[in-house]
Design a protein around this ligand. Structure first.
Ligand SMILES: CCCCNCc1ccc(S(N)(=O)=O)cc1
Ligand SMILES: [Zn+2]
Length: 261
């Protein structure tokens, strides 16, 4: 954590000066998913994903990653089914990635690290009035995680990649519409699910994680475009936006369920 790094005189990225696990944190994310320890749950339903491209608002650089945000005043874009008891409305999606293709994802599978990971963030619109409220509550959020691997060019992702130069610096924003994030999901329905947390502050333990078994493929040039983004504001010293992932957190006795046997 931050303390050990400081002892070793290693730089601690500003984001990690907060405690690595929040006091009493028993369900922190990300985790390593040990395939053989996951438990097939035949009662898990298929995940239902309904996204309306018209709800897409804008893309912006928040100084930690880039995110695409959605209009979430009605239930136009939502998920339900799977491990979920209610409808969860799409709020935003973003990625985590590394400086090189050898690392970058937050979750790992049998300790395998992927070059990047997509997070589609949804909030429980049956129980809470807003995303900000749901962030603080157990069962408030559902995040779909999708691994990215280097391979074929991804034509849907290219629509995002083309716009990245216009949000190079922290706190820059660009209009972005008519994008259907379903194009970023693998066709295979299989997933793992477990109870966890946000992987950035406030690190609240409010997330039902749904991690897709199959990765999507993107090409080297597309991932390299993520790495041209900057953590810093315009005019400040250039710091490439890379390695924006949290270290693995202890499982603390949690069971990871699989939707497939
Ligand atoms: C109250 C404002 C919170 C903004 N940030 C939320 C947030 C943080 C991390 C993740 S993640 N990386 O666990 O999917 C999603 C959403
Ligand atoms: Zn994330």
């Amino acid at each position: 954590g931050g303390d050990s790094a400081r002892l070793l005189c290693l730089p601690v990225h500003p984001l990690w000066q907060s405690p690595i696990t929040i006091p009493g944190g028993s369900r922190q994310s990300p985790i390593n998913i040990q395939w053989r320890d996951s438990v097939y749950d035949p009662h898990l339903k298929p995940l239902e994903i309904r996204y309306d491209p018209e709800t897409c608002l804008h893309m912006w650089n928040n100084g930690y990653c880039f995110l695409v945000e959605f209009e979430d005043s009605t239930d136009k874009s939502y998920i339900t089914g799977g491990p979920l008891e209610n409808n969860y409305r799409l709020k935003q999606f973003h990625f985590h990635w590394g400086a090189i293709n050898e690392w970058g994802s937050e979750h790992t599978v049998d300790c395998k690290v992927f070059p990047a990971e997509l997070h589609l963030v949804h909030w429980n619109s049956c129980k809470f009035a807003s995303f900000e409220e749901a962030v603080m509550e157990a069962n408030g959020l559902a995040v779909i995680g999708v691994f990215l691997k280097i391979g074929a060019h991804h034509s849907g992702l290219q629509n995002l990649v083309e716009v990245l130069p216009s949000i190079k610096h922290k706190d820059t924003l660009v209009e972005f519409d008519e994008f259907d994030p379903s194009c970023l999901l693998p066709s295979c329905p299989d997933y793992w699910t477990y109870s966890g947390s946000l992987t950035t502050p406030p690190l609240t333990e409010s997330v039902t994680w749904i991690i897709k078994k199959k990765p999507i493929e993107v090409d080297e040039d597309q991932l390299e475009m993520f790495r041209m983004l900057l953590f810093n504001s315009f005019g400040d010293e250039e710091q490439r936006m890379v390695d924006n992932f949290r270290p693995l957190q202890p499982l603390m006795g949690r069971t990871v369920r699989s939707s497939f046997s």
